[in-house]
Design a protein around this ligand. Structure first.
Ligand code: SF4
Length: 193
C-alpha cells in the first residue's frame, strides 16, 4: 500500500498520537514530525512509516493505492532510544525514510558516491557497546538496502555530519539523505551526485 503524496488528505497531512494531532505540509514532513514528536516525548520510535500509513489509509481510503494488509505485515523492527547519539540519529533517519526507500540510484552512482565516503574523515564507526542496539540498526539498514552492495562496503561506516549509515545512504535518492552547511566540498552530497 502506498500513500498518494500529490493529493492532500481531508484536514491536511496529519496524524493522531494519543490526544495530540501532529500536522505537517507533506507526507514526508509528517513522517519526520511524528518521529520528532516521539523522540521529544521519549516514546518508542516504533514503525513511524507504517503507523502513519495505516492511519491515513484507514481514515481516508481514497488517499492510498493497494491493500492495507501489506503494511500491517511489515517486518520493520520496533526501535527505542539507545542513549548513543550517533546510533539514535541513524535509527531516526532509517525510520523516517522507511517505506520511501524504494527511491534508489543506479549501482554506478552508488559506487561513485562510496569512493567519496571511504576517503572522508567524517566516515566514522557508529557501533557501540550495546549489541542489541547495533543489530537493530544493522537490520533496519539492511531492510532499506535490500540486496544492494558496493565494492568497498566494508569501509563504509556512518556519516557523523549527516547522521546516516553510509553503506545504505549511497543507494538512496538525494531527497532521502540530509544536507548540512558543514559538509566538506569533497562530499558527494554537496556535489549533487
Ligand atoms: S556523506 Fe559526505 S560528509 Fe558524510 S562521510 Fe560521506 S562524503 Fe563524508
Amino acid at each position: 500500500m502506498t500513500v498518494i503524496e500529490g493529493v492532500v488528505p481531508p484536514g491536511g497531512w496529519h496524524y493522531k498520537q494519543g490526544n495530540d494531532t501532529i500536522r505537517a505540509e507533506s507526507f514526508t514532513a509528517l513522517l519526520e514530525a511524528v518521529l520528532d514528536y516521539r523522540s521529544a516525548n521519549r516514546l518508542d520510535f516504533g514503525n513511524v512509516h507504517e503507523d502513519v500509513l495505516n492511519y491515513i489509509c484507514s481514515s481516508f481510503p481514497r488517499q492510498c493505492r493497494g491493500s492495507l494488509n501489506v503494511a500491517v505485515g511489515s517486518k520493520t523492527p520496533t526501535i527505542r532510544n539507545t542513549g548513543n547519539d550517533l546510533i539514535d540519529r541513524i535509527q531516526r533517519w532509517a525510520m523516517k525514510i522507511g517505506g520511501l526507500a524504494h527511491r534508489k540510484v543506479t549501482q554506478a552512482q552508488a559506487e561513485k558516491r562510496s569512493e567519496f565516503c571511504v576517503n572522508c574523515p567524517h566516515n566514522v564507526t557508529w557501533r557501540g557497546g550495546c549489541g542489541t542496539c547495533n543489530s537493530n540498526v544493522e537490520r533496519l539498514c539492511a531492510i532499506i538496502r535490500g540486496p544492494l552492495e558496493v565494492t568497498y562496503y566494508k569501509r563504509l561506516m556512518a556519516c557523523k555530519l549527516l547522521g546516516h549509515d553510509n553503506r545504505t545512504a549511497i543507494f538512496l535518492d538525494s531527497s532521502l539523505v540530509g544536507m548540512s552547511d558543514s559538509l566538506p566540498e569533497s562530499c558527494w552530497r554537496k556535489k549533487n551526485l
